[in-house]
Design a protein around this ligand. Structure first.
Ligand SMILES: [Zn+2]
Length: 106
């Protein structure tokens, strides 16, 4: 598995975990709503929900980033800065496999 594929795989797994957590939270909420609306537990659920939603958006963004990068691999443009057209250093791609720009163009 390439670094990029591993990067994509990690994002996909994270997304699946978050989706499972959100599903569990949704179920807990359904039970909670039947209860008193002013239950302090309700606000905890709401804050968990907004935190998980944020994490989900991040995982999804990483997944899309990885997919875009894989398309660039297929097109033969992977590793080339989209701004200046120079080669993105391998060290940078090792840290950010889906990077689209070189360090100078960030
Ligand atoms: Zn550049």
């Amino acid at each position: 598995m390439s670094t990029l594929e591993a990067y994509r795989h990690e994002a996909a797994e994270r997304l699946a975990r978050i989706d499972a957590d959100l599903a569990a939270l949704r179920a807990a909420r359904a039970v909670d709503n039947a209860d008193d609306e002013h239950d302090p537990e309700g606000s905890t659920l709401a804050s968990d929900w907004s935190q998980l939603s944020g994490l989900r958006a991040e995982a999804l963004a990483q997944l899309r980033e990885a997919d875009d990068a894989l398309e660039r691999v297929a097109a033969g443009t992977y590793g080339t800065c989209t701004r200046c057209g120079r080669q993105i250093p391998a060290a940078r791609l090792a840290v950010r496999p889906a990077a689209t720009t070189c360090v100078g163009c960030v």
